[in-house]
Design a protein around this ligand. Structure first.
Ligand code: ATP
Ligand code: MG
Length: 434
């Protein structure tokens, strides 16, 4: 993208409405703009980040056998009346009526809709297990939308749903998702600790929230300091092998880590290295048995032919919230520091003297090498402003082209994360980056 022709409206001043770093930086770096309370437009650079996260989430879901699909945002109220949640959900649900007076709603989640779809097409235990997911906009009329995209009203979520013939099967599906989540967050460049969370009336311990530690987080958390050191994701785990999954699950959940809802003083007392803090919930996985399949009449023929009610789980990732959470975890005074995996552009090419034949030619050569995927700062303005914007936007690499180096094909390469700079040929710089 050529910056001179892009809608990436960076701003120098700190926006007064933003209370936390990620919200300020998302506005300042021109990633998003609010269009109504808790509702955001994703501008070109922000949209790229969102898509990069969605791609990684999708790849890791598919890697454990979950199937991608897409359900609509607008739902009929009928299914919610069947599950008993239409009235119970309360004012967070945005309710609509069509021209015929039929009750519709903008989906806050999709348990009912998918239970209905499975009910229509799955008839036998042989058709199970199934895990399906989609990445779709949700609407929840939050009382207090805040912190930018972290608690929006319209937000992008990955939600997966599992259907198994029995509890044992559901446990296997749950562990597959635990594996997928740990791999996903590692690839996104953040440490998300799985914390035991409330299961409500279902009971048991098959509910985990994935929490990124940050002082501005909304959740109060208690965990063993061992988690700060642990790297649980490098090992190979065969997701088709239940024993492998069990071993992985036990390792990942071995130490104490719980959100305040599920905090257990007796167990906590035994933790040697106690840590208390704040965290951002970026995902939540949950086993809920037959809570929806039962009232909605989803049954399949079991092994002996008698009808069986499948056990379900649901598994959410806050895709748009993650953009804010990643920035909370990766920024400094000057701006965002994108992990390579999600950066909107792998590099920015900074032309220090637009109009200088040598600079222009070398920049064009660099830009062509990225096949349009890099950002080319071709604006006719002072170097200081360009450097400040590059640091603010957080591109992993900055390729700086000035008249002196351009004569001999040399550039200055800066790594945003470390600030480290080196002079080298354009070819060598490109080889380092790709
Ligand atoms: P919270 O306690 O933060 O309200 P939740 O329990 O309502 O979250 P889930 O229903 O489990 O969340 O949704 C799955 C994921 O969607 C959450 O882990 C979170 O990352 C994200 N999410 C939930 N509500 C919002 C929101 N208002 N804005 C942005 N992301 C959200
Ligand atoms: Mg909520």
């Amino acid at each position: 993208m050529r910056l001179s022709r892009s809608l990436i409206p960076t701003i120098k001043e700190t926006p007064s409405e933003a209370q936390i770093a990620s919200h300020r930086l998302m506005l300042r770096a021109g990633l998003v703009r609010q269009t109504a309370s808790g509702i955001y437009a994703w501008l070109p650079a922000g949209w790229k980040v969102l898509q990069n996260i969605a791609r990684i989430v999708t790849e890791e879901q598919e890697a454990v056998g979950a199937q991608a699909m897409l359900m609509p945002t607008i739902q009929s109220s009928e299914l919610w009346k069947q599950s008993g949640r239409y009235d119970a959900y309360g004012p967070e649900m945005l309710r609509l009526q069509d021209r015929h007076g039929r009750d519709l709603l903008y989906g806050p989640t999709n348990e009912e809709m998918l239970t209905d779809l499975v009910r229509q097409s799955v008839n036998s235990y042989r058709d199970l297990p199934q895990i399906l997911f989609h990445i779709q906009w949700k609407f929840r009329d939050e009382v207090r939308p805040r912190f930018g995209v972290m608690r929006g009203r319209e937000f992008l979520m990955k939600d997966a749903y599992s259907f198994d013939i029995d509890y044992e099967g559901a446990v296997v599906s749950y562990r597959k998702m635990m594996l997928a989540y740990m791999r996903t967050f590692q690839r996104l460049g953040v440490k998300a600790i799985p914390m035991v969370a409330d299961t409500g009336p279902i009971g048991g311990d098959l509910s985990h929230e994935f929490i990124i530690l940050a002082p501005t987080g909304e959740s109060q958390v208690f965990y063993d300091a061992a988690y700060e050191e642990m790297d649980f994701t490098r090992k190979a785990v065969d997701h088709e092998n239940p024993d492998d999954l069990e071993r992985f699950f036990n390792e990942v959940t071995h130490n104490y880590a719980a959100t305040d809802e599920k905090h257990d003083e007796a167990a906590w007392a035994k933790v040697a290295q106690q840590r208390e803090g704040r965290g951002i919930e970026v995902g939540h996985i949950f086993y809920f048995g037959t809570k929806y399949s039962q009232p909605m009449g989803l049954t399949v023929a079991g092994r002996d032919g008698t009808p069986v009610v499948p056990h379900m789980g649901s598994y959410g990732v806050g895709v748009s919230r993650l953009v804010g959470a990643l920035i909370e975890a990766h920024h400094d005074e000057a701006g965002i520091i994108w992990p390579d995996s999600v950066a909107p552009f792998p590099a920015v090419i900074i032309n220090l003297k637009v109009g200088d034949a040598g600079c222009d030619a070398l920049c064009e050569q660099a830009y062509a090498a990225f096949k349009g995927r890099a950002l080319y700062d071709d604006r006719d303005m002072r170097a200081g402003g360009k450097f400040a914007d590059a640091d603010l936007m957080g591109h992993p690499w900055q390729i700086v082209v000035g008249p002196r180096g351009a004569a001999t094909g040399m550039v200055e390469l800066k790594r945003r994360a470390t600030g480290e700079k080196q002079e080298l040929s354009l070819e060598a710089a490109l080889a380092l980056i790709t």
